[in-house]
Design a protein around this ligand. Structure first.
Ligand SMILES: [Zn+2]
Ligand SMILES: [Zn+2]
Length: 214
């Protein structure tokens, strides 16, 4: 079973997740570390626990989720995995960095494309790739059934949902993703979001004003 470690980085307060197994292999999802101090914090957090990053994943490629891709690749070597529809979003990220006055060097290493409904492995542990567009055109979420959690990016938040006014966003598509891919998971499933605190599927079904069922 995979364990979850989280960091909150950059002025947008993005959550970066490190999932690791008992063999100390780990996967870094959405490294949002922007400032040198934040990169040091990620590096120290990983190295002092003896973890070895073997996988780099993006749920989607808005700038706050990709600032540290290049750093992770250059420090530990795992190539970036993303959904193909996020490639143009990744390419645009440095321009949006300039607009937000957060310039950065984009990842320029090899790309590996994720296929929804397939799984990706960290040692013997599996993550199921869920296709959850609407906030961004190629948003994916990573579901770890054995651990009872999903890493959801900016799809569903504690009491809220991702914004849909950015390029390629669509409100109806996002609501459909949440209902079809998230609300079919067990109620006790923990949702680790791209921003804000952890929540559960059951709590959001009952209380989320945008998508609640009851
Ligand atoms: Zn986003
Ligand atoms: Zn975000």
């Amino acid at each position: 079973m995979l364990h979850v470690k989280s960091f909150t980085f950059n002025p947008v307060e993005e959550n970066t997740y490190v999932l690791y197994n008992d063999q100390k292999e780990c996967c870094i999802i959405d490294p949002g570390c922007y400032f040198p101090e934040e990169r040091d914090r990620l590096k120290t957090g990983i190295e002092k626990t003896g973890l070895l990053p073997v996988l780099l994943l993006n749920t989607h490629c808005h700038l706050d989720h990709v600032f540290g891709n290049k750093f992770v690749y250059e420090t530990w070597g795992p190539p970036l995995h993303l959904h193909p529809l996020e490639k143009p979003v990744l390419d645009f990220a440095p321009q949006s960095g300039l607009l937000w006055q957060l310039p950065f060097d984009n990842y320029d290493g090899p790309l590996v494309y994720l296929e929804p409904e397939k799984t990706i492995k960290i040692g013997d542990d599996e993550l199921e790739i869920l296709f959850t567009p609407g906030h961004s055109p190629g948003s994916v979420s990573f579901y770890h059934a054995a651990g009872g959690f999903v890493i959801g990016g900016d799809v569903l938040f504690h009491g809220s949902i991702g914004r849909t006014d950015l390029p390629g966003g669509n409100f109806g598509t996002l609501v459909n993703s949440i209902q079809a891919e998230f609300f079919t998971l067990p109620d006790e499933t923990k949702v680790y979001s791209g921003h804000g605190p952890v929540t559960t599927i059951g709590f959001e079904k009952m209380n989320n004003p945008f998508v609640k069922l009851y």
